[in-house]
Ligand binder design. Structure first.
Ligand code: GDP
Ligand code: GDP
Length: 456
């Protein structure tokens, strides 16, 4: 039924758009300079180049939302990293491997003008092992004369090479059609895959040396042997089942956490990619902060990644055993200044070394997951909206007063709301509504999405 001037179809459409579950993930991999970033920009349909990044500067953003032929999905871009730690072949393969772990399908980009190199072959071997659907992109085929170069790439044994010019857009539509065919409707990693009561998925994330592996070891109650990852040796299982507080939890991407131990400083690109991959697979992120150091831009980026990924969030302040009174004073001020945006995240002050407050970790995770799955019945939501709007109407702008007509929760994990309004709602007012929603309904430990539909 039409409600206050909104057509039923319009309401349904808005709800459907807002309620989408986790999106399938497409990873774009390949060696440097084959045109991955150019292709990703094409897919995203924008020019503001990811390519512009200066070499050597870590890009923190690796996942983007995209849409093609009416389908929404996520793209993981592995372009733009400098290869300085393991050498070309191992770096490219390792980097691609992280991306592929988190992906539902892969676009493997090869420079058709150059042809297949040893590094490309190394990636192919990794892709075979991973067993995900692969679409082969023969890039830099700028005109018909390049088609022959593309045909040579049949030799990689990955099936048909799709000739593309990421630069000019030639063939990219066809490539995307094929890639989307390879993507499942819903990602394989659907939440609660273990069934009702199955293991919840936890990602331990944080910048290098905050204590991720120490915490993992502590919760796993044994010191783990770090496996030396020679190229070609079988991979560790990536995820680990750990019993905690009488329940089994899946700690995702723990091989990545352990692998990190071997990497030297400067391997930041792995860190970003790993974080993105772990977040894709997790339901809840435990972000570790090292309390003995100032909260850094990198810490804030990681928290932002978790929030943007729409995951439940717990912040664990680690190394509490090593915190003196002076540092503690500054820490609280830094939290007050830098982390107000995520004030809703449960906080635990722990020591992975001594085990301090380990018992508080699970309750915090459970609280966050509960907030993440909270559903507010429509009737309750609307009587609440009615009250706050009556008590605190939107400020009059240009002689008009936008009014919230009604609202509904379109989805959970995290909670997503759609408000239907008679006019544009200012950001400040939307924040006010969100704050009041949180006060009323909790949502501890979860981001809350709110979109507004305006009646034309
Ligand atoms: P990435 O390192 O794989 O992300 O590669 P980039 O997207 O940064 O591209 C590397 C270089 O190849 C840039 O100079 C691009 O302009 C160029 N390039 C990318 N795609 C094409 C293409 O389709 N044709 C041609 N001729 N050049 C391309
Ligand atoms: P990761 O890079 O995040 O996995 O960090 P690690 O677990 O490798 O820890 C980095 C360093 O911090 C190591 O020297 C750890 O022994 C130390 N560390 C980790 N947790 C604690 C803690 O709770 N207290 C103290 N004092 N040191 C810790």
């Amino acid at each position: 039924a039409a409600e206050e001037g909104f057509e039923a179809e319009e309401v349904e459409g808005a709800l459907e758009e807002a309620s989408h579950g986790p999106l399938p993930v497409l990873a774009v991999v390949g060696r440097p300079n084959v045109g991955k970033s150019t292709l990703v920009n094409r897919i995203l349909g924008r020019r503001e180049a990811v390519v512009e990044d200066r070499p050597g500067v870590t890009r923190d953003r690796v996942t983007y939302e995209a849409e093609w032929a009416g389908r929404r999905f996520k793209v993981v871009d592995t372009g733009g990293w400098e290869l300085d730690v393991l050498g070309m072949e191992a770096s490219v393969a390792a980097q691609a491997e992280f991306a592929v772990e988190a992906a539902d399908a892969v676009v493997f980009v090869v420079d058709a003008q150059v042809g297949a190199t040893d590094t490309d072959e190394a990636v192919v071997r990794m892709l075979r092992k991973a067993g995900k659907p692969v679409v082969l992109c023969a890039n830099k085929v700028d005109g018909p004369t390049g088609e022959a170069d593309a045909a040579y790439l049949w030799g990689l044994g990955l099936g048909e090479p799709h000739p593309v010019s990421a630069l000019h857009g030639r063939g990219t539509g066809d490539l995307l059609d094929v890639a989307l065919d390879a993507l499942p409707e819903a990602p394989e990693q659907t939440f609660g895959a273990g069934g009702v009561g199955g293991p919840r998925r936890v990602a331990l994330i944080g910048r290098p040396n905050v204590g991720k592996s120490s915490l993992l070891n502590k919760v796993a109650k044994e010191d783990r042997v770090v496996v030396n990852e020679e190229a070609g040796t079988t991979r560790d299982p990536v995820d680990e089942l750990i019993e905690l507080a009488g329940r089994t939890w899946m700690f995702v991407d723990t091989a990545g956490i352990r692998r990190r131990v071997h990497l030297q400083e400067g391997a930041d690109y792995y860190a970003s990619l790993r974080t993105a991959a772990a977040l894709e697979k997790a339901e809840v992120a435990v972000v570790l902060i090292d309390v003995t150091e100032s909260i850094s831009v990198q810490d804030l980026r990681i928290i932002t990644m978790a929030v943007e990924a729409g995951r439940a969030l717990v912040i664990a302040y680690n190394k509490w055993d090593n915190l003196d009174d002076e540092r503690r004073f500054y820490l609280e001020r830094e939290i007050e200044r830098d982390l107000v945006q995520v004030r809703w995240a449960p906080r635990v002050n722990i020591s992975a070394r001594t085990g301090r407050h380990m018992e508080k970790l699970v309750p915090a995770i459970e609280t966050a997951l509960e907030g993440w799955e909270t559903r507010v019945p429509t009737g309750k939501l609307n009587s609440f909206l009615g009250e706050i709007v009556a008590a605190n109407p939107h400020p009059v702008r240009g002689g008009k007063q936008p009014r919230i007509l009604f609202g509904t929760q379109a989805g959970v994990r995290p909670p997503r709301f759609v408000l239907f309004a008679s006019g544009f709602l200012e950001a400040g007012y939307r924040r006010f509504i969100e704050r009041r929603l949180r006060e009323e309904f909790g949502f501890e430990g979860t981001p809350v999405h709110m979109s507004v539909r305006v009646r034309e």
